[in-house]
Design a protein around this ligand. Structure first.
Ligand code: NOJ
Length: 540
C-alpha cells in the first residue's frame, strides 16, 4: 500500500533501553528482534529505531562515527538484517535514524580534519574557522551549544598555537557540524541513504532537520539559544537552504518506489513555516512538537489541532501527533505537574514541585486517547504504553546525558525518560536483560508496570493502547475528518470523526456524557457523566 505513512502509528524504539539480549546492561538489536511480536500485538504500523550505528555514545548514539555500520554494543549488520526481516514478517515497517547535521568527533573524516592543515579539503567538510582576537583566542562568533556552553571548540595545534582553529558544534564538543555547502558532504549522505534503502528500510527520521544549513558569514546571534526557531530565526535554524537538500533526498527515495519516507525532526515554529518541510517534493512528515508542548488546556489543545490540520493540510501533508520521546519528560509525569515545566530540561531529585503521579497518569491516558483519534499519523515512545513515568530520583553519578554535564547539573537532561523498560515483573532487570544488568537503574515500583503485569488485564494502560490501536484501524480514524461538536472555548473537547465521537474532559468538574455506546474510555466512567481528565470514544 502506498501512502501508508499518512495514518501510521509509529513506535519509537530507543535501542539501548528496549531489550538487552547479550546481558551487558545495554539494549541491542537481537533484543529488539526478540520483542517484535509484542509490538505487532500492540498494533503499531512501523518501528523507528533511534541510532544503533558505530559511536562512542557521547550523546547516546546521536554522535555517529560510521553511518554504515552497527555499533558492536548493539550487534552487527547481520543482526540488523535479521531485525528487518522479522519486522517485515510481522507486517511492521522499519524507520531508521539519520544524523546529518554532525558526526562524532571519532568519525574518520573528522579525525582526518584534525590531522590536516587549515584550508585543507579535509577541514572543508566541517565548519572550521579562525578565532577572533589578536591570537585567535576567542570563538569565531557567540553561538551557544544546545547542550550548554560555547558552540565552538579550539583544536590543539602545539606546532602553531596562534593559528589553532575552532570548529563548530551546535551540540556536544564531540559532535562537530558538517559543512553542508560542501558537495562532498552531500554525496556522502546520498550514499548513506542508499546503503540503508538497499537493506530494505522504509524510511528515515532525520535528526535536527532544521539545522544543516547555517547563515552565510555565521553572524552573531543574541537570543533564543533553544531548539526552536521562532519568528526571527537563529542563523543556524530553519535556513532556506535546507529545502534543496530534502528535495534531493526525496528523489533518492523515489528511486526505491513511492512508499519510502523522510520524517523531519524539525523544531520549527510557526506551523506554517514547519509545513515547508513537508511540501510534496520534500519530506513526507515532520514531528509536530507544538502539539507536544501544548499545555493541558482544552482551548489550547483545540487551537493546536486546528492550526496543525490547516498548516499541514495546506501543503497536502498529514499532520503528526506526538506526546513523548527520548528528549522530553515523559507525558505521564509532565501532565502531573502544576505549573508545567519547559519539557526539555528534565527532572531530578532537586526539581520542585514534583509531579502528582496519579494525576499525571490519568491525564496521560486521556491525552493519548485524544491523540489517537486525530486524523494523521501518531508517534509512540517506548514505555508510554505501560504508563511509565519519568524517573526522577536517578543519582547524579549515573546520569549520562551531555546536557546534564555541560550545564553542570542545572538542567537534569534526558536520562529520566531513557530508563530501560520493564517486561517481566519477577525477572532480573524486569526482563530487560537476562543478567539483571541495566545501564540506568530501574525504580523498584516498576514491577507493577511491567508488560507481563498488564497484558490481558482489563483497564491496564497497555490494554487501553491495544484497544485504541485496534479501533483506530477498524474505524479508519487516522484518515478521518475532524468536526468539532463543542464550542471553541469549552474546557470539554468533543469532536466527531470517522463515525465516532471523541470527548475529553479537561475541565475541573464532571461533564455530561455525549450519547451513544462507549467503545473505549481512558478511565472509569459511570452515572452518565464524563469524569475530569478522561477521554471516551463513543459510537454515535
Ligand atoms: C535530536 C535528538 O533527538 C537528540 O537526542 C540529540 O541529542 C540531538 N538531536 C543531537 O543529535
Amino acid at each position: 500500500m502506498t501512502d501508508w505513512w499518512r495514518t501510521a502509528v509509529i513506535y519509537q524504539v530507543y535501542p539501548r533501553s528496549f531489550a538487552d539480549a547479550s546481558g551487558d546492561g545495554m539494549g541491542d538489536l537481537a533484543g529488539i528482534t526478540s520483542r517484535l511480536p509484542e509490538l505487532a500485538d500492540l498494533g503499531v504500523d512501523a518501528v523507528w529505531l533511534s541510532p544503533f550505528y558505530r559511536s562512542p555514545q557521547n550523546d547516546a548514539g546521536y554522535d555517529v562515527a560510521d553511518y554504515c555500520d552497527v555499533d558492536p554494543r548493539f550487534g552487527t549488520l547481520a543482526d540488523f538484517d535479521a531485525f528487518a526481516t522479522r519486522a517485515r514478517e510481522l507486517g511492521l515497517k522499519v524507520i531508521v535514524d539519520l544524523v546529518p547535521n554532525h558526526s562524532s568527533s571519532e568519525h574518520a573524516w573528522f579525525q582526518a580534519a584534525l590531522a590536516a592543515a587549515p584550508g585543507s579539503r579535509e577541514r572543508a567538510r566541517y565548519i572550521f574557522r579562525d578565532g577572533r582576537g589578536e591570537n585567535g583566542e576567542f570563538p569565531p562568533n557567540n553561538w551557544q551549544s544546545v547542550f550548554g556552553g560555547d558552540a565552538w571548540t579550539r583544536v590543539e595545534d602545539p606546532a602553531a598555537p596562534q593559528k589553532a582553529q575552532w570548529y563548530l558544534h551546535l551540540f556536544d564538543t564531540s559532535q562537530p557540524d558538517f559543512d553542508w555547502t560542501n558537495p562532498e558532504v552531500r554525496e556522502m549522505f546520498r550514499g548513506v541513504l542508499r546503503f540503508w534503502l538497499d537493506r530494505g528500510v522504509d524510511g528515515f527520521r532525520v535528526d535536527v532537520a532544521h539545522g544543516l544549513v547555517k547563515a552565510a558569514g555565521l553572524p552573531d546571534y543574541e537570543a533564543d539559544p533553544g531548539l526552536t526557531s521562532h519568528a526571527a530565526p537563529a542563523p543556524y535554524w530553519a535556513q532556506d537552504g535546507v529545502h534543496e537538500i530534502y528535495r534531493d533526498w526525496h528523489e533518492v527515495l523515489a528511486g526505491y518506489g513511492p512508499d519510502r519516507v523522510l520524517i523531519g525532526e524539525a523544531w520549527v515554529s510557526p506551523l506554517e513555516k514547519l509545513a515547508l518541510w513537508v511540501r510534496p517534493d520534500e519530506m513526507q512528515q515532520t514531528f509536530n512538537f507544538g502539539y507536544m508542548e501544548t499545555p493541558w488546556s482544552a482551548p489550547a489543545m483545540r487551537k493546536t489541532v486546528d492550526d496543525s490540520l490547516a498548516a499541514f493540510g495546506g501543503v497536502g501533508a498529514p499532520s503528526t501527533w506526538v506526546l513523548s520521546n527520548h528528549d522530553v519528560v515523559r507525558h505521564a509525569s509532565r501532565l502531573g505537574l502544576t505549573p508545567q515545566l519547559p519539557i526539555t530540561v528534565g527532572m531530578g531529585p532537586r526539581t520542585e514541585p514534583k509531579p502528582d503521579e496519579a494525576l499525571g497518569l490519568r491525564r496521560a491516558r486521556a491525552a493519548t486517547l485524544f491523540m489517537l483519534a486525530l486524523p494523521g499519523s501518531a508517534y509512540l515512545y517506548q514505555g508510554e504504553e505501560l504508563g511509565l513515568p519519568e524517573v526522577i530520583d536517578l543519582p547524579d553519578a549515573v546520569r549520562e546525558d551531555p546536557t546534564f554535564h555541560r550545564t553542570h547539573g542545572e538542567s537534569y537532561g534526558r536520562d529520566g525518560c531513557r530508563v530501560p523498560i520493564p517486561w517481566e515483573a519477577d525477572a532480573p532487570a524486569y526482563g530487560f536483560s537476562p543478567t539483571g544488568e541495566s545501564w540506568l537503574p530501574q525504580p523498584d515500583e516498576w514491577a507493577r508496570l511491567a508488560h507481563d503485569r498488564q497484558v490481558g488485564v482489563e483497564g491496564s494502560t497497555l490494554e487501553m493502547y491495544r484497544a485504541a490501536l485496534r479501533l483506530r484501524h477498524e474505524h479508519g480514524l487516522g484518515a478521518g475528518e475532524l468536526e468539532w461538536v463543542s464550542e471553541p472555548d469549552s474546557e470539554v473537547l468533543v469532536a466527531r470523526t470517522s463515525g465516532l465521537v471523541v470527548a475529553t474532559n479537561v475541565s475541573d468538574e464532571p461533564a455530561p456524557l455525549p450519547e451513544g455506546e462507549i467503545v473505549l474510555a481512558s478511565g472509569p466512567v459511570a452515572g452518565g457523566e464524563l469524569p475530569v481528565d478522561t477521554t471516551v470514544w463513543i459510537r454515535a
